[in-house]
Design a protein around this ligand. Sequence first.
Ligand code: GLU
Length: 280
Amino acid sequence: MTAPFTTRFAPSPTGLLHRGHAFSALTAHDAAGAANGAFLLRIEDIDATRCRPEFEAAIIEDLAWLGLTWEQPVRRQSEHLAEYQTALDGLATRGLLYRCFRTRKEIAGTIASAPHGTMDTWRGAPLPADEEAQRLAAGEAFAWRLWLDAALAEVGALTFVEEGSGPNGETGVIDVRPELGGDVVLARRDVGVAYHLAVTLDDALQGVTHVIRGQDLFEAAHVQRLLQALLGLPAPVYRHHRLLTGPDGKRYAKRDHAQTLAELRAGGVTPEQLRAEMGL
Ligand code: GLU
């Protein structure tokens, strides 16, 4: 049975966890505890080129060290590719997707600055049938994109509930702005499914009632709420939390070589000290 309050921590095993991840995991875990609810762990490992089993093992070790416990089984996205495919096929059959043969380089936009490189805000349309057939016959790779024009013709105005806040203080009942994500990629040319589709399906399949995560993913909620509506899935409540910043005022990030939890642990830092430092 699904607990009335169910939340999750959903890391990608593409590296070692740092303070920012710890803050997110602890925030979600404590919220579940306060609500007498369930805390789930989901491993977002759809990108086999970047994810590694040793990082998953390190995540488990770090979270256990932090004192967290979570429900079993852990959901591993790589074990559910067929489920994502079924959802994708359904959307394609309804004429809500199109094949996009453009490479990322060819897409004008702000890919580098967007979370997970997903918000490229491209808007397009299906290619003429003969051109598409030609490209397919030539073996050209393509991504499946949501065709926003078609999707918006199916769903009316949408809202989601934000119990935390977005980066600009957005809170309460938020009007969905689907254009923020553009014709979002739902299946990557190399991977077969993309972040937004997998996350949206998993949150519903795992009975997640509260999505608790960093403000860097606030815009993703706009896209994910639209996908929930298209797929007939329940809408969770969102609680986006502030992003932890270091002494230099910048948020902790892998690319800035933020100290990992493993390093902090080896240096004698305790989970209690981390919590205190984070105001938890
Ligand atoms: N896997 C995502 C990340 O590593 C989190 C997805 C989510 O919380 O919705 O940041």
